[in-house]
Design a protein around this ligand. Sequence first.
Ligand code: AHG
Ligand code: MN
Ligand code: MN
Length: 361
Amino acid sequence: MTTELESSPHPITIQEHILNQQRTHATATGGFSWLLSGITQAAKIISASVRRAGILDVLGDAGDSNVSGEQQQKLDILANKSLEMCLGFRGNIGVIASEELNEPKVVPKSGASGKYVVIFDPLDGSSNIDVNVSVGTIFAIYERDTTGFNGFDAVADVLQPGIKQLAAGYIVYGSSTVMTYTTGNGVHMFTLDPSVGSFVLAFENIKMPETGKYYSVNEANYNSFPKGYQEYLKWCKTEEAGPYSARYIGSLVADFHRTLLRGGIFLYPPTAKAPGGKLRLTYEANPIAWLAEQAGGEANDGKMRILEKVPQSVHDRTPLVVGGKKDVARLMKYMEMYGDEDVPQASTKAATKATAKAVAK
Ligand code: AHG
Ligand code: MN
Ligand code: MN
């Protein structure tokens, strides 16, 4: 006879889930699970700050800019500190790198022996903080070269291609706080239950639909997208296409979260302002790309697979296309057709200007 306790549904916490995953690796020592629990701890601290942002004095500019020249928000700094604090004392992390740190940092207590490298975007979607729209945290974990052959070069430890990630994930502080992670064994999603402070399993082994009805892009930049992207976006608006609906939040983490669950495609192509793309390879594109692939989707830069790109610097940028297999494949057909052809052609530009002038009269 089963007791009431045995038959009642058991909420699986992220800690239990990570430990169960660990048991599938014969050589795992538990150190990796301990590290991941540092990330969940930081996520809870950041989530609490985001939820109380209008009450605490944490909204607005911090009055400084980061290495990419972008204004730092108070919450960017707070999130970065929370992660540094929660990871710095785990004892097994050698190096951390962050959007908000100019250079990778060797962790003071465990730098020489620390086996892992953690790279993160502490708060993604900064421009949305002050207007109560979803923001997030993105992270990637790698193994560190502790042989000393590269002279314990922290920068070299960070410049690994995404294909070498051991774990990746994100936390989205949306209508609820959700954490999604992979260790190369599927993609799993957890919801933070604020009443008990635990992340509880929501979906295991998520599979991204092969095609969806949303395209997601900052279309204000349309005029300077390479022609392949423009022609693809024109197709998205045709009857034959469905038609698609447009969705663009402006926080990669939130736009990707929707794409993962509902399917479709997210694009951040090269633009006149950011010819090499805007998003960062090491702490935005790589973790998102691996999650997408683990869920059966694809991610590339319009030419090659994101996970095979070798970063040249910590804050490298890249164009990003990520989404369901069929949606990405179609975009790639347009890219192959138009190659590197840039737009706008002078005649289109002149015509647009002339029309704008006439309308202004
Ligand atoms: P961050 O706030 O970490 O600097 O990231 C900014 C991002 C990313 O989340 C989003 O996809 C993109 O910038 C939006 O850029 P646009 O405002 O140019 O569309
Ligand atoms: Mn970001
Ligand atoms: Mn950020």
